[in-house]
Design a protein around this ligand. Structure first.
Ligand SMILES: Cc1cc2nc3c(=O)[nH]c(=O)nc-3n(C[C@H](O)[C@H](O)[C@H](O)COP(=O)(O)O)c2cc1C
Length: 254
């Protein structure tokens, strides 16, 4: 983070992001601003006579184009309603409460007719190609699957077989699964995580597994799974922030 001189007479680039913060909270607030809005800021302490010496000002100089993130949920669930889709939606929603985000959802049930017209990318029509491009362009993927035969669904794997092998490198991916048994939660670790390891994606450490007791029908009711959703979303946002900070630092050096 580079320091810059604070000049209150100079408007910020967007002319709106001027904040005053109580001095004791300054460093905490500074972190909060960065993690909440994914922005690059330059700041200096500034004493405002009318507030007394315990006030300082923080000014947002730069708002990166990445400030509004695209968060895309992908559910490999093939039933309707789907527990997997419920978990994916809950994760996307939780992330969107923490960062400004454009959210979307791809349900394999709806996407399958477009994706299964061909077994290779070149054989896809316009709608199938559009689905794959949404996956490749998202900032954060929230990928969920029901456990089928101790793995992800074949339909979900087909979608990722169509994604360019370079397109997800460095992308943040949050993993989720639901199963008919509470004992198959490690499918996150031995099936889903290696898939995104292949893509050189950055998977969020906490994955979310939903067992039957976590639901009534397809509605999430378990307190433990809710806490896990919250923790996973929080970790995803931290990772996004750190990716963003690194990119911003690299841009400044460049
Ligand atoms: C073909 C098939 C295979 C399944 N294999 C497993 C399995 O290996 N382990 C498991 O825990 N549950 C298994 N299940 C149960 C589903 O994973 C579980 O019901 C899941 O929560 C359904 O998610 P959905 O509501 O999103 O469709 C299987 C279900 C089907 C239909």
């Amino acid at each position: 983070m580079t320091a810059s001189r604070f000049d209150p007479s100079r408007p910020s680039p967007d002319g709106r992001c001027y904040r005053t913060l109580a001095a004791p909270d300054f460093s905490r607030q500074r972190r909060k601003i960065e993690t909440s809005f994914l922005i690059s800021i330059d700041f200096v302490e500034y004493r405002l006579p009318r507030f007394g010496n315990d006030r300082c000002a923080c000014r947002v100089w730069e708002i990166d184009e990445l400030a509004r993130l695209s968060v895309l949920g992908i559910s490999g669930g093939v039933s309707t309603p789907s527990r997997t889709t419920a978990v994916v939606n809950a994760l996307v929603k939780d992330v969107a409460l923490r960062v400004p985000a454009d959210t979307g959802l791809i349900e394999i049930t709806e996407a399958a007719p477009s994706l299964f017209v061909g077994l290779s990318r070149g054989a896809l029509g316009a709608s199938g190609e559009a689905i794959i491009q949404r996956v490749e362009k998202a900032d954060l993927l929230v990928v969920g699957t029901p456990v089928y035969r101790a793995s992800y669904t074949g339909a979900l794997k087909h979608l990722f077989d169509l994604v360019d092998y370079r397109a997800l490198a460095g992308k943040t991916v949050l993993l989720a699964a639901t199963g008919g048994s509470p004992y198959h939660g490690l499918v996150l670790e031995h099936q889903l995580r290696p898939l995104f390891g292949f893509f050189s994606a950055v998977t969020v450490p906490t994955g979310v597994y939903g067992a039957p007791d976590d639901f009534i029908g397809a509605e999430i009711v378990g307190e433990a799974i809710r806490e896990r959703i919250s923790r996973a979303a929080s970790e995803a946002v931290s990772l996004l922030n750190s990716n963003h900070a690194n990119a911003a630092a690299a841009a400044r050096v460049g």
